[in-house]
Design a binder for this molecule. Structure first.
Ligand SMILES: [Mn+2]
Length: 464
């Protein structure tokens, strides 16, 4: 069996290792210092003749073995690494030292350095952070337990982060929707967000301020009371719980307030709660939280903290890829497929732009077609356009290394409609009426020609 040979410098580091305990494959060796006397740390044998070629040679390290050198003394480490390399060329060496810097280490093809105390310190800090989250959960449960009906209030037009957090808070409190419904002053509007609720079997009730009377407890997640206008309903100005990652606002009272503006998503806070109290994490809940973090951080891109990364990694092991796929890729309806077929029959990639004009379709078909459109050979840009109600709606995707999609769409809709987005995805809306005024008609052909010209201009327009 391959061995790990642990070489400790002096009694202090040897005793520390003895405390950590030796693995089955670990062989403990120490080099006593003058001050150490004869007391041998438990489990260790001393290097014959001190640190020298003879002693290291007697360790007879073979292929597959590894070394650790534990010391806070630069010369000791350099000496040890040199002797080990001479006796067993190329053998991997882990230097464990908190005080010796990387530049004091000798050249060696396979050497890593880590601080032993730093490692333990980090673990201790991590456990204290779990403990602080657990304390929050204990406080939350104690505060809410006597309440008969808790309203979990989300922002108007709730987004995936808010919905996931409401769901998670309810699970943490051990409640179901009758005694802890998710509520909002507005409806869930975006098709993706409705898909999330449908796939996960969640409901958000739209309420009026007057209906607050039925709740004897109120918790806000992913939102703070002053978001509801200059003078929010009195009931919302003094609440039980606020958990949020937006910048902290004043002008309201909350018994428990957990605001962490450095986080990319409130779902990260709730995930830390769940982790700290070791709640049984069902695939549905894990999927909701994964989607919440993904959509608020644009897949861990924008404004992501190490906490978001770690929460995401934790959730990933529990989530259901099938559920997540159903949320992110809603099924295309039959007439959407037919519209796609017609659009594909008459498209080509021109100037790096793949433009698909769909005619009248359900709105959620448009972004899906745009995603697909980017797969065409030579396409740097994909644009899917369709008529939804009185508007011409288009979704834009690009490969990421070209001009920002949001900027381009804003230029295209200027004076005509509304639009915006991010680096690689954007959306624009132009009322058909306004479009007709400028281009005479709104047939497939005029839409295709007008959008193509407008996009070419916006993409390349003022390039230097
Ligand atoms: Mn959020």
């Amino acid at each position: 069996m391959a061995r790990r040979i642990i070489l400790c410098d002096g009694a202090d580091s040897a005793r520390m290792w003895a405390r950590i305990g030796a693995g089955d494959d670990e062989e403990l060796t120490w080099v006593p210092r003058d001050k150490d006397g004869r007391a041998r740390p438990p489990g260790f044998h001393s290097l014959p003749g001190g640190l020298g070629a003879e002693g290291i040679g007697k360790l007879s390290a073979g292929p597959g073995d590894e070394f650790a050198v534990v010391s806070e003394d630069g010369p000791f480490i350099r000496n040890a690494v040199g002797l080990i390399e001479a006796a067993s060329p190329g053998i991997p060496i882990l230097v464990l030292s908190d005080r010796v810097d990387a530049e004091e280490l000798p050249d060696h093809p396979c050497l890593l350095r880590a601080g032993l105390r730093t490692l333990i310190r980090d673990d201790v800090d991590q456990e204290f952070s779990h403990l602080a989250n657990l304390r929050r959960v204990v406080e939350l449960r104690a505060l809410i337990a006597p309440r008969e009906k808790l309203g979990i209030l989300l922002q108007p037009n709730p987004d995936p982060d808010g919905i996931a957090c409401g769901y998670a808070l309810r699970a943490l409190l051990g409640r179901k929707s009758p005694t802890a419904p998710l509520i909002s002053f507005g409806e869930v509007k975006r098709p993706e967000n409705r898909a999330m609720m449908e796939v996960l079997g969640l409901e958000v009730r739209t309420i009026t301020p007057e209906e607050f009377d039925e709740f004897d407890g109120l918790a806000l997640v992913d939102v703070q009371p002053t978001v509801f206008g200059e003078s929010p309903p009195a009931r919302v100005r003094s609440v039980d719980v606020v958990i949020d990652h937006h910048p902290e606002r004043s002008g309201y009272d909350a018994v428990i307030r957990d605001i962490r503006p450095s986080y990319g998503a409130t779902a990260t806070i709730l995930t830390e709660y769940i982790r700290a109290c070791d709640l049984d994490l069902r695939p549905r809940l894990a999927t909701a939280l994964v989607y919440g973090i993904k959509s608020d951080t644009q897949l861990l891109g924008r404004e992501t903290s190490p906490g978001d990364m770690s929460a995401f990694a934790y959730l990933h092991a529990f989530h259901s890829p099938a559920l997540l796929r159903r949320i992110e890729r809603p099924a295309l309806p039959g007439d959407g497929l037919k519209a796609l077929g017609r659009a594909l029959a008459s498209t080509s990639v021109k100037d790096g732009i793949h433009l698909l004009v769909l005619g009248r379709v359900r709105e959620d078909v448009i972004p899906q077609v745009a995603d697909m459109g980017l797969q065409a050979e030579g396409a740097e840009w994909a644009i899917a356009a369709g008529i939804v109600g009185p508007d011409l709606v288009f979704s834009v995707r690009n490969v990421g290394y070209v001009r920002a999609a949001g900027e381009v769409v804003r230029a295209v809709v200027e004076d005509l409609g509304a639009g915006g987005g991010h680096r690689s995805m954007a959306k624009g809306i132009i009322p058909v009426k306004a479009f007709r005024k400028v281009y005479g008609s709104a047939t497939r052909e005029t839409i295709r020609d007008a959008l193509h010209t407008a996009f070419v201009q916006a993409i390349h327009g003022d390039e230097e």
